[in-house]
Design a protein around this ligand. Structure first.
Ligand SMILES: [Zn+2]
Length: 312
């Protein structure tokens, strides 16, 4: 089967735990991923909210260097893609197509020129915030309810100019709508679920129906997050919870803008979803529970590929 995923924290964990990308005990490694007939993965470098200014940028560079070394060691199996045509070429070569992302606009330290550096480094997607405030906007757990700052507005404009993907996962609602209006173009929530779950984490992080409709209208993309807190509660955080979210998204008309952003190596998942090797079992479960094969092929791969080709 083919699989495309919009968010994982594997690059950071490989760096922090000094684990190899080929074979490890994390959620993702390339040896397990080689069972897919095609596989594309957005690898995010997460900037923790404790890191600001130069410390944020230095941490990003350290994770990036480590990841590049791992990619070089595994050059027969993976390549970093910067354009839609790179993606198509690398997938034809039966390699993992990697796209670089940064999760947390704090990496810029309030300096617009750093965005050029990220672009030169091959980064093609940036999640504007993590949970707290930064120079660009306010995250979903911030109490300030800030919108896009003047600097944040310049960042969004420049990302659009450079064809970098603007990611609103973790952003608060006010920021979400300001980004939607300012861009007037496709953007994505790389790893966000629907607000149909009753716990405080999900209430802050998941998307309202109106946000989902806005993403559909702007030909955006939503990646389904497998994080237990965002999928459900009271023990229902496995395959059935994923089905519930997909059904809700489909009811709202998201068939062509739904994908996965599993959040592997960045969160706690149900044991039935505890690594990329479980993805084919999830596909089978959803097929047996009423989601059609063409819909599943769209969600697991085709929608994401079309989005990247159209917008990179
Ligand atoms: Zn995240």
């Amino acid at each position: 089967m083919k699989f495309l995923d919009f968010h994982c924290d594997t690059a950071g964990e490989c760096f922090l735990q000094q684990k190899p990308l080929w074979k490890n005990d994390l959620h993702i490694d390339l040896s397990r991923a080689s069972s897919f007939s095609a596989y594309a993965q957005v690898f995010a470098i997460w900037i923790p909210d404790e890191k600001r200014g130069d410390a944020a940028f230095q941490y990003y560079r350290a994770v990036l260097e480590n990841f590049r070394t791992e990619v070089q060691k595994n050059a027969a199996h993976i390549a970093i893609c910067e354009t839609g045509s790179d993606l198509q070429t690398v997938l034809q070569q039966q390699k993992t197509a990697a796209v670089l992302a940064v999760e947390g606009g704090a990496v810029l330290g309030g300096c617009l020129e750093k965005l050029d550096q990220l672009y030169r480094d091959g980064v093609r997607l940036m999640t504007l915030t993590w949970n707290g405030d930064n120079e660009i906007a306010s995250g979903c757990f911030s109490e300030t309810n800030g919108g896009l700052t003047p600097f944040g507005q310049r960042v969004v404009d420049k990302m659009r100019e450079k064809r970098m993907l603007v990611d609103v996962s973790h952003l608060n609602e006010r920021g979400f709508y300001e980004v939607a209006e300012r861009l007037g173009a496709p953007f994505l929530a790389s790893h966000s679920n629907a607000k149909i779950v009753d716990n405080p984490y999900a209430a802050a992080r998941n998307l309202t129906d109106e946000q989902i409709r806005t993403l559909i209208r702007q030909h955006g993309l939503i990646g389904i997050n497998l994080c237990a807190d965002f999928l459900g509660n009271n023990g229902s955080t496995g395959f059935d919870a994923v089905l519930r979210h997909i059904s809700h998204f489909l009811e709202l008309g998201a068939e062509h803008c739904l994908a996965f952003g599993c959040d592997f190596d960045g969160c706690t998942v149900h044991e039935s979803l505890s690594g990329i090797e479980h993805i084919p079992e999830l596909f089978s479960y959803l097929l047996q529970h009423g989601i059609s094969e063409p819909q599943l092929e769209n969600i697991f791969f085709e929608n994401g590929l079309a989005f990247l080709i159209a917008n990179l």
